[in-house]
Design a protein around this ligand. Structure first.
Ligand code: ADP
Ligand code: 3S4
Length: 318
């Protein structure tokens, strides 16, 4: 008897060593090593939930709307696995429907990983790293969400491989507050297309690789604060290069919040990350969370309390 549908859940991600630059728009292979964490909130409600189901012809829906976007191609990924999907569902074709819930940034990683979890489930012979390479056509940092926790995606620009270096339980004594601003965001493709124009780009790829090695070493000794301090150093380098090539992610009120966060360091440890979206992610010890969440002036942003999340998983098979 064949199945009618599979539903999976995956969590969005935040860069820890930020990625800028992809080899091409089809494979989206990262041009350098990067690292990241998957995140959600305390009840796991920040997530992507996707269903693949047997159908007479392929349709792709994001948040209830049919997508004809050939870029970041969900369609190419499903076509690559067409034979396995056909035999699993016993139908001529399959369709994909995905809903994003409460995501601040990193939705494409979660969307891609939700498909990856399904591809891994339908045929256990599918190697998870081959799946990762295929779903990277949807998002260059899909591996972060597929594996969860803290991951490093090693890349030389030709082939990439994600290694999980810490599970989410290693972050239990820390919380992340995502302060999200109303500024419109630059699509990550704008970042990828422009950062490579910088004279500093070659050095950036070397620095990113070094940051990842340092983070791997700190992960070995559970030095969570060291990891996030390195992440802040990485954020500052990345955005200073982006500013030089005319891509402004950290807007006025985001910068004001960052300066305020740095002043708060006299009172308690914290660190911050800004990825490609209009959010400032601030990491604190869990014991200091109340002090951060109750700051009087958020400079117009809305705070959300986040945790490090686990890998993508299968929720339902029908
Ligand atoms: P983000 O930081 O949210 O990933 P990007 O600009 O990198 O922002 O990517 C946005 C793109 O990700 C969308 O235009 C869409 O193509 C893709 N995407 C978003 N959500 C999903 C999803 N649930 N499934 C597949 N692709 C998705
Ligand atoms: C641009 O895949 P965001 C970037 O490493 C995504 O997190 C790269 O951030 C940088 O678009 C990063 O997911 O916010």
């Amino acid at each position: 008897m064949s199945n009618s549908s599979i539903t999976s859940v995956a969590y969005p991600t935040i860069g820890v060593v930020l990625l800028g630059g992809i080899a091409n728009e089809k494979t989206r292979t990262p041009l350098h090593t990067s690292a990241g964490i998957a995140y959600t909130d305390s009840c796991g409600s920040i997530r992507t939930e996707s269903t693949i189901y047997g159908d007479s012809e392929m349709h792709i829906y994001f948040n209830g709307t049919e997508s004809k976007d050939e870029n970041r191609s969900v369609k190419s990924v499903l076509e690559r696995y067409r034979n396995e999907l056909q035999s699993f569902f016993g139908k001529k074709d399959v369709s994909y429907s995905s809903l994003n819930y409460g995501i601040l940034s990193g939705s494409s990683d979660a969307g891609a990983a939700s498909i990856g979890a399904i591809l891994s489930f339908i045929d256990k012979k599918n190697d998870i790293h081959d799946i990762e390479n295929d779903i990277r056509m949807i998002s260059e940092s899909a591996g972060r969400s597929l594996h969860g926790g803290l991951t490093i995606t090693w890349s030389d620009g030709y082939s990439a491989y994600t290694e999980r270096v810490l599970g989410p339980e290693h972050f239990n004594n820390y919380a992340i507050v995502g302060f999200s601003f109303d500024y419109p965001r630059n699509p990550s493709d704008t970042i990828h297309q422009n950062i490579i124009k910088s004279k500093r780009y070659k050095q950036r790829t070397i620095d990113a690789d070094e940051h990842a090695h340092e983070i791997k070493e700190m992960a070995r000794t559970d030095d969570i604060e060291g990891i996030f301090e390195k992440a802040e150093e990485d954020t500052e380098e990345y955005h200073s290069i982006l500013r030089e090539v005319g891509v402004l992610v950290i807007r006025e009120n985001m910068q004001k919040l960052i300066e305020f966060i740095k002043i708060l360091r006299k009172e308690f440890w914290n660190s911050y990350i800004v990825t490609g979206g209009s959010n400032v992610y601030v990491i604190v010890r869990r014991d200091d969370l109340e002090r951060l969440i109750h700051i009087k002036n958020t400079f117009g942003s809305k705070p959300k309390i986040l945790n490090v999340a686990g890998p993508a998983w299968i929720k339902k098979v029908e």
